[in-house]
Design a protein around this ligand. Structure first.
Ligand code: NAD
Length: 346
């Protein structure tokens, strides 16, 4: 008799701030249900501290111990974190991790969900956001009292890298890529970005390309979101339009994101820590649960990833268990329990 050992993954878990612990715990519950119902899959969850809540104890929002923990695991599941807005406060822990681990592509799928009221039907798009530079380079000065300058750093190297990622993704989907920029105003920085996209497009003749200014893109996302397949753009534009696209498909509470580099991946909801809802057990955990599914897909576990997705779709499709953002009254716990039990039954 042959005994098959389960494939074991070590997952760093950062619960984050605000609603982070609630949506992360909900996701762990679903991953554990998957593990319980599978002979072939095992997870070791290794918890680390990061975010606003640990500044007082550690003097930083990303302690050295956490960086070491992240380095040693297969991937990271991250809850949202609060970032103080005062000048001189620690830079966002998410931004630090993205830069430190060179997680250059922020992949944010947005699509129609069953039984979820969206602005338009049949939406299925992915925003690929450059994740390491642009307006998030963190270089900002007050050059004279009342005069501030922020550096928007765009390099050919990072633009080529993210463009290549987006083209490869588009090639596996509907073979349509839209690059979003503001090249009419930001001629040098977005000129570099546009040139890089056009250069990479020569290697992918099967993918048709369109370019569109960011202001027009926000309008088209409302007017005809179903016309987009893959969108590639710079850091800040990508952050803004992925929140917009998420709401167009129903709720920010459904939108998951992957931060992908050459050797590491971090998975998180698109939304933030929504501090006003902390501890109320009422927010939607599906964004983080879907981030868990994206993490499994990244690890090569296609079937378990699809199982989580199917469980989410089934629970939404049945329409009985849904949080307030989707017009229901279920708690975060009830939604995660319904999805976990569906995972076990599939
Ligand atoms: P937010 O995404 O936290 O919340 C905006 C609104 O979206 C909420 O008030 C709520 O109405 C809705 N929402 C968000 N998540 C939801 C969920 N799971 N279910 C239902 N509704 C949900 O954005 P914000 O208020 O701009 O930011 C709050 C904090 O989060 C800030 O400190 C910000 O820096 C941080 N943030 C962190 C990340 C990250 O860790 N990656 C991302 C974005 C914002």
């Amino acid at each position: 008799m042959t005994i098959t050992m389960p494939k074991t993954y070590n997952i760093a878990v950062l619960k984050g701030d605000g609603i982070g612990p609630e949506v992360t715990d909900a996701t762990i519950k679903v991953l554990e249900a998957l593990q319980d119902s599978s002979q072939n899959l095992k997870f070791n969850f290794l918890y680390g501290e990061a975010g606003y809540h640990c500044i007082e104890t550690y003097g930083t929002n990303l302690p050295e111990e956490t960086i070491t923990l992240l380095e040693q695991q297969d991937a990271c599941l991250k809850g949202p974190m609060t970032t103080p807005e005062t000048p001189g406060a620690p830079v966002s822990a998410a931004v630090k991790i993205r830069k430190m681990f060179k997680l250059y592509a922020n992949v944010r799928p947005c699509r129609s969900f069953p039984n979820v009221k969206a602005l338009k039907p049949n939406i299925d798009l992915v925003v690929v956001r450059e994740n390491t530079e642009g307006m998030y380079s963190g270089v900002e000065y007050e050059v004279a009292p009342g005069v501030g300058v922020a550096l928007r750093i765009i390099t050919r190297k990072a633009s080529l890298r993210v463009a290549e990622f987006a083209f490869k993704l588009a090639a596996k989907r509907r073979k349509h890529l839209t690059y979003v920029h503001k090249g009419n105003i930001l001629r040098i920085t977005d000129g570099i970005f546009k040139d890089a996209v056009k250069e990479v497009s020569l290697k992918h003749p099967d993918v048709t390309i369109d370019d569109i200014h960011i202001d027009a893109a926000t309008m088209h996302l409302i007017k005809k979101p179903e016309s987009f397949d893959v969108i590639v753009t710079t850091n800040l534009f990508g952050d803004v339009i992925s929140d917009e696209a998420a709401q167009v498909t129903g709720s920010l509470g459904l939108a998951a994101g992957a931060n992908i580099g050459e050797t590491y991946g971090m998975f998180e909801p698109v939304h933030g820590s929504a501090p006003k809802y902390t501890g109320q057990n009422r927010v939607n955990p599906i964004a983080t649960i879907m981030a868990g599914s994206m993490m499994l897909d990244y690890l090569g576990e296609k079937e378990p990833a699809a199982k989580i997705e199917k469980a989410v779709m089934n629970v939404l499709g049945e329409g009985k268990v849904r949080t307030a953002d989707l017009g229901g009254s279920s708690t975060t716990t009830e939604v995660s329990e319904a999805i976990a039990s569906k995972v076990k039954s599939l």
